[in-house]
Each structure stands twice: as C-alpha cells, then as structure tokens.
Design a protein around this ligand. Structure first.
Ligand SMILES: *[C@@H]1O[C@H](CO)[C@@H](O)[C@H](O)[C@H]1NC(C)=O
Ligand SMILES: *[C@@H]1O[C@H](CO)[C@@H](O)[C@H](O)[C@H]1NC(C)=O
Ligand SMILES: *[C@@H]1O[C@H](CO)[C@@H](O)[C@H](O)[C@H]1NC(C)=O
Ligand SMILES: *[C@@H]1O[C@H](CO)[C@@H](O)[C@H](O)[C@H]1NC(C)=O
Ligand SMILES: *[C@@H]1O[C@H](CO)[C@@H](O)[C@H](O)[C@H]1NC(C)=O
Ligand SMILES: *[C@@H]1O[C@H](CO)[C@@H](O)[C@H](O)[C@H]1NC(C)=O
Length: 602
C-alpha cells in the first residue's frame, strides 16, 4: 500500500497552487510560518511559485520573522536570503544540469530567468519562422516541456494558467534578462515593446538581411543603451546605410552611460563603399574610449577596410585591447603606410598603446604583408598576443619579424601563433634563436602545420629549456629521428611547461619514449596531445611506467588515432589507476575503426 501523504506535504501542495495563481491573491499568512516550515516550503516550490512568494514578501517581514527564531538566540545567524539563493540554485541545476559549472553569475534567480527567456525565445523562433505564421509574437504558446519546470509538473492539466503565452514571460521576468541571442524574427516593433523591461548588457543578433528588421533593431539598441556593453552581429547583411543606422543608435549614448565595450561582426557581408565609409561607423570607432574589443571576422573584408579601421584607431585616442580581423582577405592592408621614411620615435607618436591582442589569421597575407606588419609593430608597443596562422608569409615574412624582435628585445610578446605559414626548417631555427633573446620569455608558441622535418628538432630541444608554457609542434614531420633528437636534448627540468602538442608527427615508438622522458621532467604539465603518431601498443606501458614514477598534475594524454589495440571499457585497469578529477588521464582510441594511422602527407 502506498504511504499516506503527510499533513505538511498536503499543505505545501495547497500553498503551491495558490502561489501559482499569482499576485491577485497574495497569502500573507505564509510569511508568518516558523522558519523550518518556511524553509521546507521554499525548497519544494516550482520556479513561478517561488518567484511569486519572493516578490510578494512584505518588506522587513523576514527580519521580524527571524527575531522570533530560537536559532538566532542560540547565536546561529543565517544569511537572510540564503534559503532563496539555495532554492534558485537547485531549480537551475534541475533544469540545466550541464550548465551549472559554467554559470559564472552567483545570482541564481537572475540567471534562471535569463536562461528561461532564452529557451522560450528559441522555441518561439521555430513557430515564428514557419511560413504560415502571421500572428503576434507575444501570443506564441510556450510548450509544456518548458512550463512543467516553472509551474506544474503535469502542466497539460492546468490549461487555464495565464503563463502559456510568450508575452507573460517577458512581462514577468524581462527585468532579469542581461544577455540574449535574438533571431531576425524578433526584430520588430512588437518584440521591442515586449522587451521593455529588459536591461540588456549583451546582445547577439542573427540573420539581419532585410531592411524591415533594421529599424526595430535600432529601437531595441536605443532602448537598452544605458546598460548595453556588448553587441555581436552574425550572418547579417550590412549595407553602408544599415551600418550607419546601427552605429548612429550606438552613438546616442551620453557621457554617463558605460559605453560599448565589445563590438563584433562575424560571418556577415559588410559592403563598404571604398571611397566613403559610413560616417557614423567612423564616428563610432573614434568615439569609443570604452571600446575594448573589436571583431570583424569571416566577412569578406578587404585591405581597404582593414587599413581604414587601423588608421582611424591609430588617430583616435582609443583604449582598444583586442582587434580581430581573421578570416578575411586583407592582404596589402598596410602597404600604403609610409613606415620607412621616419624614425621609430616619430612614428610611434601615433599609436595603439592599449592593444594587447591582434589576430590576422587566415587572410592570405604574404611576405610583404609580414614586412609591413613588422614596421607597424612599433605602433603597438604593448602587443602580447599575435596570431598570424593560416597565412603564407614564408621564411622571408618571418625574417622581417625576426629582425624586429632582434632590434627590440624589450618587445612584450607572450603568445605567438604561426601555424600553417609555409615556414621552412631554416626560418624556424632562426625564429627560435631570436625568440630566446627576448627579455620577457614567450609563454606560448605554435609552429604547427609547417613542413619542417626532423632537422628542426635540435633547435626545439634548446627552445624547450626556455620557460615556455605551451608549445604546439603538431604536424611538422618530426618523425622517429626528430623525437630521438628531442629525447637527447631534454636533460634539465622544464619547470614551466603546461601543455605540449606533438600530434600528427609520425613519431612512432620514439614519440612515446620522448613523452615518457618528458613527463617526470615537467612537474607542472597538464596536457599532452600525442594523437596520430603511429604509436605501437607498447607505448602505453612506457607512459604508464613514467606516470607511476611522477607526482605531477597531468590531466590528459590524448592518444587517439594511434595504431594500438587498447580497450576503453570501464573495466580496463588504466581507467581506475590513472584518473584526475574523476576523468581518465589517457584518452584512447574509441574503437578499432579509429585506429587507422593518420596520414599527414598532402
Ligand atoms: C495557443 O494555444 C491556445 C489554446 O490551446 C490556442 O487557442 C491558440 O491558437 C494558440 N496560439 C497560437 C499562436 O498557436
Ligand atoms: C582602458 O581599458 C582598460 C582595460 O583594458 C581599463 O582597465 C581602463 O580603465 C581603460 N581606460 C579608460 C580611460 O577607459
Ligand atoms: C582577395 O583580394 C584580392 C585583391 O586584394 C582579389 O584579387 C581576390 O580576388 C580576393 N580573393 C577573394 C577570395 O575574395
Ligand atoms: C603580396 O600581396 C599583395 C596584395 O595582395 C600584392 O600586391 C603583392 O604583390 C604580394 N607580394 C608578393 C611578394 O607576393
Ligand atoms: C596547440 O597546442 C596547444 C597546447 O596543447 C593548445 O593549447 C592549442 O590550442 C593548440 N592549437 C591548436 C590550433 O590546436
Ligand atoms: C593539437 O594540434 C592539433 C593540430 O593543430 C589540433 O587539432 C589539436 O586540437 C591540438 N590539441 C590540443 C590539445 O589543443
């Protein structure tokens, strides 16, 4: 026989139902409950009921109520909002278990409703995008899948609840939304009204491709100007007039608001008239002392666009920290600057002192571009991170940079990415030499995916003696000979090394021997990627022996794509013996099918 429900349980059920009916009939008596019963109640309410209970709480009643608490007399004072805080966290965890760890905000009530509104919007978008949809966005029904979390578990039985429509959710919880992602269908006057209560800080907009969405978008921006500090446009078609309209709305900010900090355009088409840029866009770039990061990625931008942006920034007193122009076609962008005619000191009068990160990945930059960039570095005296990957700059290109570093050993560069730059062994040997002369040693370097061969191993071995933290030497054709040489070179402790990537090098058993020698020498090593190296099965026992003899922090050794016959079922001893934070250290090939040797020949 089923156990009979307790009286307390029945009371809580009844209060819950009343609370869900909303604010027309508040239940003041509930706030007079003794603390332990009130605590039980809070812990059992669905989100909407909890929200109503918290909102209707008479001011100060919590104080009065705690004074009558015996616990208080015995000196155990509890944080007043602690119970609500814990209840919100529990509800969040129940609904989005996978997001709990990544949720950075501690205000669980706020992120609960923000996330909830995003779920409602994503669901409503499906309805609004149907070709036959012609109704009002606010009237779109929210599914029981969502409602059962915030109202009743069996929501279908409560059809008369007024929470079925999207508009209810924005009216009630809109003020909790700080960050939202919106599709074009939500850029209309009706949605702007719906979102009146939102105080958005960050907005991601997708698929603005026709004029009709632009004005409502601008209205939405204006409406949130006080708080908005980040705007991202993805898959948009941005004509000069659209850019002008958007930037004009952003410029309406007065001096007292916080200002835009992050502006980003990705995978869009940005059609700029080469002769005259939209004036509001230029003013926006010039105006922003607040602007910290600018991104224009994967949007078919040409050298003219990049040059204009760069010179506007140089001439304004910008405080920009990060500029990302990756995946465009900006080759030639610095060619018309007249770097060589003046002395460094004169040139540096125009400068982007604040710039720390520059990404130029995937722009088809050649050796002339690299040479011009080397001249331009004097204008970026605090640059720490430079990404030039996926550009065919070749050895001549890298030599221009080398000569800059040689003449400016004080340059603060910390992270350099030169993946897939068509470099050769000689160029990289010179580079490694010059990098070791910098006053502040590099933290991370990637020279992956350049066909360097085993000849570079000796120089890499020397370089490993520098305090490098992260090194990527994947896909360079080191081979067994290269790894033999590397083994010979490492003799001293590598105190700073955190990550190393030696994947796709056809290293075979020698790659495993190198790694097993490296592990005890690198006490701080967190991860090693040795995938696709044609490693035979005895590699595993080599590495196990090496791991056993060290007390490092190593979290992961990626061994996928090697021709070994490891088993990955949970009975395998490796899973029990070698774990870190509940996860296995060895990432092994999943099935025999993924054991195929990786072929890195083009
Ligand atoms: C929402 O649901 C109600 C009741 O089931 C229905 O009458 C209404 O047409 C639905 N609205 C939309 C936009 O589908
Ligand atoms: C410039 O940006 C940095 C962050 O990169 C910030 O700490 C600083 O306050 C900003 N300066 C001004 C004048 O806005
Ligand atoms: C890249 O720009 C050059 C001119 O600088 C042009 O000739 C070339 O067609 C462009 N490539 C692409 C893929 O747009
Ligand atoms: C590099 O690219 C620029 C612009 O696309 C071109 O004008 C120049 O001739 C190229 N230089 C070399 C050496 O290929
Ligand atoms: C190169 O390797 C380092 C260290 O493992 C890693 O942090 C970085 O993401 C790698 N780069 C790429 C493009 O995988
Ligand atoms: C190692 O480098 C390869 C190729 O560049 C990349 O695919 C892989 O993600 C990198 N591993 C890590 C851990 O970053």
């Amino acid at each position: 026989m089923e156990k009979a429900p307790s009286l307390v349980f029945l009371c809580i059920q009844s209060i819950k139902t009343q609370l869900l009916r909303g604010c027309d009939n508040p239940i003041p008596d509930v706030y007079e409950l003794p603390p332990h019963l009130f605590g039980d109640l809070i812990a059992q309410l669905p989100a909407l009921a909890l929200q109503n209970l918290q909102t209707d709480m008479p001011f100060k009643s919590w104080d009065d109520y705690e004074l009558t608490d015996d616990c208080l007399k015995s000196g155990r004072k509890r944080g007043r909002n602690e119970k609500f805080h814990r209840a919100w966290k529990k509800l969040f965890k129940l609904r989005w278990p996978e997001l709990v760890d990544s949720a950075k905000s501690g205000d669980w009530q706020q992120i609960y409703w923000e996330r909830h509104l995003q779920n409602c919007l994503d669901e409503a978008a499906e309805a609004a995008l149907r070709p036959l949809f012609s109704g009002r966005i606010g009237c779109i029904n929210i599914s029981d899948n969502i409602l059962r979390y915030i109202c009743h578990e069996d929501h279908a039985n409560f059809r008369n609840c007024d929470c079925t429509e999207l508009s209810f959710h924005f009216m009630k919880f809109g003020s909790y939304a700080r960050c939202l992602r919106l599709l074009n269908v939500f850029c209309n006057t009706e949605t702007c009204e719906l979102m009146r209560a939102c105080k958005l800080q960050s907005l991601v907009i997708r698929w603005i491709r026709s004029e009709e969405h632009v004005e409502p978008l601008c209205k939405l921006l204006t409406q949130n100007l006080e708080t908005l500090n980040s705007l991202e446009l993805i898959h948009c078609k941005l004509s000069p007039s659209v850019m002008n309209a958007i930037c004009t709305s952003l410029l309406e900010k007065d001096m007292h608001t916080n200002g835009m900090q992050h502006f980003s355009i990705k995978t869009s088409s940005l059609e700029m008239d080469p002769v005259s840029f939209p004036s509001a866009f230029i003013s926006f770039l010039k105006s922003g002392r607040s602007l910290l990061s600018l991104k224009f990625c994967d949007s078919l931008l040409d050298g003219h666009f990049a040059r204009t942006v760069f010179s506007v920034l140089l001439d304004s007193s910008s405080n920009l920290s990060s500029l990302d122009l990756s995946e465009n076609n900006i080759s030639g962008w610095l060619s018309t600057f007249n770097w060589r005619s003046a002395a460094d000191s004169l040139l540096a009068e125009r400068s982007l002192r604040s710039l720390h990160v520059l990404s130029l990945r995937g722009n088809d930059l050649n050796k002339s571009d690299a040479e011009n960039l080397a001249h331009a570095l004097v204008h970026m005296p605090n640059l720490e991170t430079l990404d030039l990957s996926d550009n065919p700059i070749e050895d001549d290109g890298i030599r221009s940079l080398i000569s800059y570093f040689t003449n400016h050993p004080e340059y603060p560069l910390a992270n350099l990415n030169l993946e897939n730059c068509e470099l050769s062994c000689d160029g990289v040997i010179d580079l490694l030499d010059s990098l070791s002369l910098l006053e502040k040693p590099l933290k991370s370097l990637s020279i992956a995916d350049n066909a360097l061969g085993s000849g570079v191993a000796d120089a890499i071995g020397d370089f490993l003696a520098s305090p490098i933290q992260s090194l990527n030497i994947s896909g360079m054709g080191l081979g067994s000979i290269g790894f033999l040489e590397l083994q010979r070179k490492i003799v001293k402790e590598l105190m700073m090394l955190l990550n190393i990537n030696i994947s796709k090098n056809r290293g075979g058993l020698e790659a495993a021997r190198f790694l097993s020698k490296l592990i005890p020498l690198a006490p701080k090593l967190l991860s090693a990627d040795t995938s696709y190296n044609l490693m035979p099965s005895e590699s595993l026992s080599l590495l196990c022996t090496s791991l056993k003899s060290t007390k490092g922090d190593l979290e992961s050794i990626d061994m996928t794509g090697n021709s070994c016959s490891y088993r990955t079922d949970n009975d395998h001893p490796l899973f029990h013996e070698f774990q870190r934070n509940g996860k296995p250290i060895f990432v092994l090939p999943k099935s025999p099918a993924s054991n195929v040797p990786y072929d890195d020949d083009p």
